[in-house]
Design a protein around this ligand. Sequence first.
Ligand SMILES: NC(=O)c1ccc[n+]([C@@H]2O[C@H](COP(=O)([O-])OP(=O)(O)OC[C@H]3O[C@@H](n4cnc5c(N)ncnc54)[C@H](OP(=O)(O)O)[C@@H]3O)[C@@H](O)[C@H]2O)c1
Length: 332
Amino acid sequence: MTKFQAFRVHQEGDKVVGRLESLTVEDLDQGEVLIKTAYSAVNYKDALAGTGAGKILRHFPCIAGVDVSGKVVESKDKRFKEGDSVLVTGYEFGVDHDGGFSEYARVPAEWVVPLPDSMSLFEAMAIGTAGFTAALCVQRLEDNNQSPDIGQFIVTGSTGGVGSFAVDIMSSLGYEVVALTGKSDNNDLLTGLGASHVLDRHTIKLDGPPLEKGQWGGAIDNVGGDILAWLTRTTNPWGNIAAVGLAGGFKLNTTVMPFILRGVSLLGINSQGCPTPLRNHLWNRLASDLAPKNLDKIVTNTIELEGLPDVFENMLAGKTIGRTVVSINPED
Ligand SMILES: NC(=O)c1ccc[n+]([C@@H]2O[C@H](COP(=O)([O-])OP(=O)(O)OC[C@H]3O[C@@H](n4cnc5c(N)ncnc54)[C@H](OP(=O)(O)O)[C@@H]3O)[C@@H](O)[C@H]2O)c1
């Protein structure tokens, strides 16, 4: 039986340990569709899962990686056939089911998204969960009547994966985007992605009254904690805040005042559980009206499976910029 490489994570005593291993298809979790991986990518969640820094994986051993693109090798579901180009992000992939840091992935057919016509397998993973999440934010914001007229739009954690796509896509949609970052030397990168202004996270006064002067028409927040609380206090009437992440903390200490006196809305973003019809719709939007303009700038790093531990460490230390694509069986 053919052996292949995968980055599999084990619980050993009270430690979580990830390593490259030789596996066979029989070792993979069950599913109707077997995919030969072309690319995967690294998300913050993968760094938490791959190191055990966060309780992401629900069983051990488990192959990490919440994103994959590749070609169907075998399908027991008639929606897919051998040779189809596909991608998978979210659901239980890389969480409670073997994921994408592997030369093969076997998944339920319901999770499989046909690759949009104008997108390559590389582009699909350059976008991956990060770009998909930014697109889901846009959809939720649009559904709740966000518009450039409400004021400048702020993106937090803006040099990260989701943040970079949020800056790119929101600026393309005509918003005046303010990029909030903790990294002081990335102004050129962020303005290159479309930000009108760059704001240093360390200059923000994080304790304030329940309502401060309105500054933002809306926000995509990757940071959570005190930054999200500050956003609730400083968002203009009828603005929306899409709550995506917790890179700065999971607690939220705010009051009802922004919600009942300014009509501010806090929109929950859950890309993992996004229903299949909306998921397919958003991937098609990512290949058309929401196509990122600066993928070449957003993908800052391409590695092979061996490079995963170093990227995890840098990501958890807040040192990474943009997206890291994992090249596994690259397209010619
Ligand atoms: N809800 C969902 O469906 C969903 C989907 C994808 C990701 N997420 C979450 O969204 C967040 C971003 O994901 P990602 O993959 O884009 O991660 P990422 O590439 O690591 O980006 C996170 C960014 O947050 C900022 N940051 C890091 N540590 C911080 C700290 N201690 N305090 C404040 N800011 C900090 C950094 O940007 P700056 O240096 O520029 O400030 C960093 O680049 C993560 O929390 C992730 O778990 C949620």
